[in-house]
Every structure is written in structure tokens, then in C-alpha cells.
Design a protein around this ligand. Structure first.
Ligand code: FES
Length: 389
């Protein structure tokens, strides 16, 4: 089609050009092939979408940095395509084959979005008790190893249409990583919000990235970092837990949103603390973690799994999620968040009964009615038959 020029004010010439343009466009459409091309991959828009949302990313570990707190940072480069871009606060889900199990786990990205454009992600993994996958990473991942991750996802991100422009970040332990990413993004000019970071640790020795956080807070007035120690009384640090009093003391006077990322204990504590602030629920966002199920005595059940028409029977325990049982049996399930939020693991419960902890049932109403479950936060309470994929 020929290019027509239109003025800003709209003249008679513009009207003529518009008529010519529409006539040309009509003849152009009429002369196009009636059958759609089958190779939709060739469309420019699809190429862009694919690079932003790749199904999988083949990554290689380029560098490992040891922290003094039983934690390591892993720097990952792409083996093939450019890295998928992300928003500060999002996470990467990795796929592991550990023994016979096929397992997925998510880790928040610590690096800034700009670093993805330069070809690098950073994640930080801390050793935790019963941390099956975290321990596996810390003990096995070496420089040069190849790993598989899905595209970045997650909602602990700043959205000016939804959130206040002042963010109060509450971090516990290794839950600091999404806030480090946000602080870096603010400093690089990629996020236009302020960050008051309340970082809770047991002792000052456990603080991760202290030198960088201090330097960001010193040079950028939009970033303020406060350390809160629960198990030691040291000069220059707040003592106690990050609760309503500490938030009131440091939060900006203007409206603010609260973002939370940390271990289960932090969420339990905040359940009673945050209501004291009387904030609207829309201004509070959590990077959620499963609280698990407390049972006196674990019972063993069987799960009949229907997967693309084939059937298999696996064992499951009442104190582990259905997803956990599937992964242990080596059955690959599309899973990302492990918290019931993303819906990737959604499966049909054909028969049987599951327990879903309070607050973790994030299914759509239609899914509840038609017996679809999220195996990542469903615990068997009887023998089950489920259909995955
Ligand atoms: S993995 Fe996200 S809902 Fe189950």
C-alpha cells in the first residue's frame, strides 16, 4: 500500500486521502490469499511474543557467588535465544530431574530487568531445613551446568494502575531477592516508585546483600532500607519483628502499598499485624508460600493418574501435596508457583477427596463446581483418581 500523509488538524486533503486509503486497503485485502498461512511462527508479532514468553529457556550457569549465610547466588546466561524480559519482583520456575522425580521449583529473580537485556539472570538460593530442591541446587549446581527454566512469572510487581507509588517491602531471610531486584530497577530508572524496605533477619550475620542495599539506599533517595533483628540487639538495627509498629514508624506519610516476601512464619505473624494498619486489602500483596498441612499421623493413599489417555497408579501421603506425590513418581506436571495461584497445575479430580488449606484455594468458581483442583495445594484425604494435562 502507498503511504499517505495526514495533517494534525484534519483538512479537506485529509478526507480525500482517507477515502483513497480505505479504497486501497479494501483492494489489498481482497487480493490477499483466502487461506491463512499455516506457518504462524513467521509472523513478526509471533516472533516477538515468543521471545518475551518462551515456553522454556535453556540456561547455563556462568558464575556462582557464595554468601556467608549458607546461601549462594547463581548467575545464568542463555544458551540460545535472548533471555525473556521480566518485571522486578517476578520469579523463574526451574525443572529438575532428581533421581526418578521430575520436580519444579520457583526462585525470585534478584537481578534487575535491565540485566536480562544484557543476557543475565541472578537467583539466590539459601539452605533451609527440609529444603529438598534448595539443598540439591546448593550441593550440585556448578559453573557450566545447563539448567531449564520457564519464562518469568509472578505478581509481586509494581503496577502504577493498581499500587500506591510508595512501596513498603517486608522481606524475611532470602525473601529479600524480589526487593533487591526492585531496588536495582528503581536505581536504574526502570521503575518509578519509592521503596521502604523493612528487612527482617535473626542476626546481622544473616543479612544478604547488605553492602549493596546500603549503597543503593545511600545514593538514591527513593530507596530506604531498615534492618530488623529478632534474635540480637545491635546498634544501628531495629530489634524485634517487622510488625505494625515498625511499619508505622518507617512507612511514608502518603499512601503506600505493602509487598511481602519471606518464610511461612513471617506470613503467620503478619496475619495479625497487618489488620492493625487498617489498610485496604488491594494495597497488600504477598509472594505466597504454601503453609502445608499439619496432620498427627500421615496416612497412605493411592492416586490413579490419567495422563493423555494412559493410566498409572502411584502412592501418596496425606501430609504431602498431590503435586509432590506426582513429581516424586516422575510424572511431569506443568507447575510454576506451587501456591495455588498460577493455575498451571490445574487437574480434574475424577473421584476422591482432597483437603485444601484455608486461604490457599484460589480456584475459579467454575473449577470448584466441576471438580478441578490445583494439585500443588491439595492434600489427599482418600484414594484419588485425577486427570492431568
Ligand atoms: S503450580 Fe501454580 S497453581 Fe499449582
Amino acid at each position: 500500500m502507498s503511504k499517505k500523509k495526514f495533517s494534525v488538524n484534519g483538512t479537506f486533503k485529509d478526507s480525500v486521502n482517507t477515502v483513497k486509503f480505505l479504497t486501497e486497503r479494501k483492494s489489498f485485502i481482497n487480493s490477499a490469499e483466502a487461506v491463512l498461512p499455516t506457518r504462524t511462527d513467521d509472523f513478526g508479532v509471533n516472533k516477538v511474543a515468543k521471545s518475551i514468553h518462551p515456553k522454556e529457556q535453556k540456561l547455563v550457569i556462568s558464575r556462582i557467588e557464595k554468601h556467608k549465610t549458607f546461601a549462594k547466588s547463581y548467575y545464568l546466561k542463555s544458551e540460545t535465544a535472548p533471555l525473556a524480559y521480566f518485571k522486578a519482583g517476578q520469579y523463574l520456575t526451574f525443572k529438575f530431574e532428581i533421581g526418578n522425580a521430575v520436580v519444579t521449583r520457583s526462585y525470585s529473580i534478584a537481578s534487575s530487568p535491565a540485566s536480562a537485556l544484557k543476557g543475565e539472570y541472578q537467583i539466590t538460593v539459601k539452605r533451609i531445613s527440609d529444603g529438598f530442591v534448595s539443598d540439591y541446587i546448593l550441593d550440585n549446581w556448578s559453573v557450566g551446568d545447563k539448567v531449564t527454566a520457564y519464562a518469568p512469572e509472578g505478581n509481586l510487581t509494581y503496577n502504577p494502575l493498581r499500587d500506591a507509588e510508595n512501596i513498603v517491602g517486608i522481606a524475611g531471610g532470602s525473601g529479600i531477592t524480589p526487593f533487591l531486584s526492585l531496588a536495582r530497577a528503581i536505581d536504574e530508572g526502570d521503575e518509578d516508585c519509592t521503596l521502604t524496605l523493612l528487612y527482617g533477619c535473626r542476626t546481622s550475620d544473616e543479612i544478604l546483600f547488605k553492602a549493596e542495599l546500603d549503597s543503593l539506599s545511600e545514593k538514591n533517595e527513593k530507596i530506604n532500607v531498615v534492618y530488623v533483628l529478632s534474635h540480637s540487639d545491635e546498634e544501628g538495627y531495629e530489634k524485634g519483628f517487622v510488625g505494625a509498629d515498625i511499619i508505622r514508624k518507617y512507612a511514608p506519610e502518603e499512601n503506600y502499598s505493602i509487598f511481602v516476601c519471606g518464610p511461612g512464619g513471617l506470613y503467620k505473624f503478619l496475619e495479625t499485624e497487618l489488620p492493625k494498619l487498617e489498610k485496604e486489602r488491594k494495597y497488600i500483596r504477598f509472594e505466597v508460600f504454601s503453609s502445608g498441612k499439619k496432620v498427627e499421623e500421615a496416612k497412605e493413599y493411592s492416586i490413579t493418574v490419567i495422563n493423555r489417555g494412559a493410566e498409572s497408579v502411584i502412592k501418596a501421603n496425606s501430609n504431602e501435596t498431590v503435586l509432590c506425590a506426582l513429581e516424586r513418581a516422575g510424572i511431569e506436571v506443568p507447575a510454576r508457583c506451587h501456591t495455588g495461584e498460577c493455575g498451571f497445575c490445574r487437574s480434574k479430580l475424577v473421584s476422591g477427596k482432597v483437603y485444601i488449606p484455608e486461604g490457599e484455594d484460589k480456584r475459579r468458581i467454575a473449577d470448584m463446581q466441576f471438580n478441578f483442583i490445583h494439585p500443588c495445594c491439595s492434600y489427599p484425604e482418600s484414594d484419588l483418581v485425577i486427570r492431568i494435562n
